[in-house]
Design a binder for this molecule. Structure first.
Ligand SMILES: *[C@@H]1O[C@H](CO)[C@@H](O)[C@H](O)[C@H]1NC(C)=O
Ligand SMILES: *[C@@H]1O[C@H](CO)[C@@H](O)[C@H](O)[C@H]1NC(C)=O
Ligand SMILES: *[C@@H]1O[C@H](CO)[C@@H](O)[C@H](O)[C@H]1NC(C)=O
Ligand SMILES: *[C@@H]1O[C@H](CO)[C@@H](O)[C@H](O)[C@H]1NC(C)=O
Length: 458
């Protein structure tokens, strides 16, 4: 990796022992949310969608959808149980989408349980599209390549759309354009490049288009994206999706000259809603020294970030998992990915059961109850063992905040992971965003590695 030429705005790559100091520093920084910048921004203006002072250089602030700054915050008061159940339900739709990517075919959307399965945006960043620019809070999605933007005339979109008919830099891409040829399954209608996809419980119809995209201070003219023309269901992120995959039409591929296929993020915990994390694009300002594991290439699933998980440790014990449950297989798509859009980590059943059984053995507490898809819950506090995902060259040891969810009243504690839903027949282990929160995760494609360091971003 290139050595940094600009000082890292965070002072946060410190050992865990420094967390207390860090916390204090962080509270001091709260009054200047642009991380030590000269012009402190009062917290309230952060919620103003037009205020992009907090987005700086090539770094964007990342908000959780439940944040007071988010227009997607659920209306009304959801109980703790209900919000967990809702997140799990949305995860099932997400996993359906990931399984369809892996299987290379559409999987029938599953709508089980109490309500229709929808995916939700979990983390959003502010982007500007078009001339004059339209501010959109787009969902970060590491497992999608193409950005999705709701456009003028969209049937089924919310009211926040790019006025594509009025943007002076907007251009519809023709069917014979080289970009259109990169879209699998595209069709041609009166010269326009159209394609459809399913996402959670939604079907979406797109036109391939181009316009200026502005991320933080960086304008990207002629950015190719999917203009949403029609959508059904409620799974599509209301203000679009910023694909951070690494396939041919991705942001990474289109900004190779400025961002060198490198980015990192720190996702804020959804328990500290007034905090935001950051998405840092490009090699500048990335941690120069960070532990990493090789990224694996799967030519037929080029957008996914596969890594090689070689084992899982609970406490000091490496649990007994059949090697096939962890092995990377480019043909079937089996293996382990990092995903920003799934909330709770899912392991294929034999792997999950080995982890859960050892976890229960160590906690030694009865009775064990369930909550929705979580099967290892306790009433009252517990002393959990550590859980470590062992990747080639990198151990990710989860502190309790990344391992357990607690009800606000403190009466229930659950192990915040589950087995892949049986119905999906999934071969994927998904390291999800709750387990990634408060870590800096570096995607360094040129050096084919994924870096990881604890960082308190919330
Ligand atoms: C979060 O911010 C909102 C407004 O910006 C404020 O009303 C609220 O008290 C804050 N909550 C916490 C826990 O600091
Ligand atoms: C999208 O494509 C359809 C043809 O399938 C066309 O009618 C429509 O005008 C196109 N929209 C834009 C914004 O290019
Ligand atoms: C895509 O969806 C549109 C609108 O729902 C529909 O008219 C069109 O036939 C679909 N195209 C394909 C290739 O399925
Ligand atoms: C990860 O943990 C295992 C088991 O404790 C240990 O053998 C291995 O050396 C560790 N790997 C790294 C990269 O620290």
């Amino acid at each position: 990796m290139t050595t940094t030429t600009r000082a890292t705005p965070q002072s946060s790559f410190l050992p865990a022992a420094c967390n207390c100091v860090l916390l204090i520093i962080f509270f001091l920084l709260l009054s200047s949310p642009s991380q030590g910048a000269k012009n402190p921004t009062p917290a309230a203006t952060l919620c103003d969608p037009e205020n992009d002072h907090a987005d700086d250089g090539s770094t964007l602030r990342v908000f959780h959808t439940f944040s007071p700054c988010s227009p997607f915050r659920p209306k009304g008061h959801l109980s703790w149980e209900d919000s967990i159940l809702e997140m799990q339900q949305k995860d099932v739709a997400r996993l359906g989408f990931l399984s369809s990517l892996v299987a290379g075919k559409s999987v029938v959307p599953i709508a089980s349980g109490r309500q229709q399965a929808v995916q939700s945006p979990t983390y959003v960043v502010r982007a500007k599209v078009g001339t004059p620019p339209k501010t959109l809070l787009m969902t970060m999605d590491t497992s999608n390549d193409v950005a999705w933007v709701p456009c003028s005339g969209c049937v089924g979109c919310s009211s926040t759309v790019l006025a594509s008919t009025k943007s002076t830099t907007f251009k519809s891409l023709g069917c014979s354009s080289p970009q259109c040829k990169l879209v699998p399954g595209h069709t041609c209608n009166s010269g326009a490049c159209n394609f459809n996809t399913t996402y959670g419980s939604s079907t979406v119809a797109f036109n391939l288009s181009q316009d200026t995209l502005k991320l933080a201070a960086d304008p990207i003219p002629g950015y190719t994206f999917a203009c949403i023309q029609k959508t059904t269901g409620s799974s599509v992120p209301p203000q679009g999706l910023l694909g951070l995959g690494r396939g041919p039409l991705s942001l990474l591929a289109q900004t190779e000259n400025i961002y060198k296929s490198t980015f990192s993020y720190c996702l804020p915990s959804f328990r500290s809603l007034n905090f935001s994390g950051s998405l840092r694009l490009g090699p500048v300002g990335q941690p120069p020294k960070i532990k990493s594991t090789p990224l694996l290439k799967n030519p037929s699933r080029s957008s996914l970030y596969y890594v090689n998980m070689i084992g899982i440790r609970v406490g000091r014990k490496v649990v007994d998992i059949p090697p096939s449950a962890l092995a990377f297989n480019p043909t079937t798509g089996a293996g382990t990915i990092f995903d920003s859009g799934t909330v709770f980590t899912r392991l294929v059943r034999p792997a999950y059961e080995a982890v859960r059984n050892e976890f229960r053995k160590r906690v030694r507490k009865a009775p064990i109850t369930t909550l929705g898809g979580f099967d290892t819950c306790y009433s009252g506090p517990i002393t959990p063992p550590t859980v470590t995902f062992m990747f080639k060259g990198l151990n990710m040891t989860l502190p309790p905040d990344n391992l357990l969810i607690h009800s606000t009243a403190g009466s229930t504690t659950c192990l915040a992971m589950a087995a892949s839903p049986d119905k999906l027949n999934s071969v994927l282990n998904v390291i999800a965003n709750m387990q990634q929160q408060n870590h800096r995760v570096l995607f360094d494609v040129p050096n084919s590695r994924l870096g990881l360091a604890r960082q308190l971003c919330s």
